[in-house]
Write a protein that binds this ligand. Structure first.
Ligand SMILES: CC(C)(COP(=O)(O)OP(=O)(O)OC[C@H]1O[C@@H](n2cnc3c(N)ncnc32)[C@H](O)[C@@H]1OP(=O)(O)O)[C@@H](O)C(=O)NCCC(=O)NCCS
Length: 181
């Protein structure tokens, strides 16, 4: 029966779509979070969020690096440094440009925070002014401190984030135990 005007409600419920033989249903790409051991290989990605290799090397060896992967492709990567028995710091997070604004950084952070909350109770992040709204959205909603002139004192070159010249760094934190984000 093809003419819907002549279908009863029962007919409609029983109607199943017919697919040609051999039709393959598109599969949902599978996302997984994986720990990365060969951290140095991702320096180019880290440099997109933190433009000094020297600064990255200060934290990279003591940090854990995790990637959100779709099949074999890396989509987003995050660097997390334990700074005390109960506190971690998110040092770097980057989504590859073509995958931005699709919710991938949010997925990676949510997964990492969910795991780290077994052992840690707070995650800090230091950020430029432009990125504060992004972190607040991810639950880093407690203002901790500002370090004045951080980018001037620690980097050889001037750092620009879009049209904003970076001078101070702003620290925010996320309560891993209570946050639902
Ligand atoms: C910042 C960055 C990691 C965000 O990654 P992303 O995968 O595009 O982020 P998501 O799509 O998961 O965004 C999650 C939410 O934050 C919002 N968001 C993303 N970037 C934002 C920004 N710069 N400011 C404000 N909100 C932002 C999104 O709109 C989304 O909001 P929604 O949940 O209401 O839809 C990515 O833009 C990036 O790699 N930038 C370059 C490197 C960098 O600057 N890293 C951070 C500096 S430490």
């Amino acid at each position: 029966m093809y003419c819907s005007e002549h279908m009863s409600n029962d007919d409609r419920k029983n109607l199943k779509p017919i697919f040609p033989k051999g039709y393959e249903f598109p599969k949902e790409p599978r996302l997984q979070v994986k720990k990365i051991e060969n951290k140095e290989d991702y320096m180019d990605m880290f440099l997109e969020a933190d433009p000094s290799e020297n600064m990255i090397r200060r934290y990279l060896s003591d940090s854990d690096v995790y990637a959100l992967k779709m099949e074999d492709k890396i989509i987003c990567i995050a660097v997390i440094l334990p700074i005390s028995k109960k506190v971690l710091e998110l040092k770097n997070i980057i989504t590859k440009e073509k995958y931005r604004n699709k919710g991938y950084a949010k997925i990676l952070l949510k997964s990492l925070c969910g795991n780290y909350k077994q052992k840690y109770n707070k995650m800090l992040v230091g950020t430029t002014e432009n990125n504060i709204p992004f972190y607040v959205k991810q639950g880093f909603d407690k203002y901790e401190k500002t370090i004045k002139n951080y980018f001037i004192d620690n980097y050889d070159k001037e750092i620009w984030d879009g049209k904003l010249k970076c001078t101070d760094i702003y620290y925010y934190s996320k309560n891993l135990v209570e946050s639902k984000k």
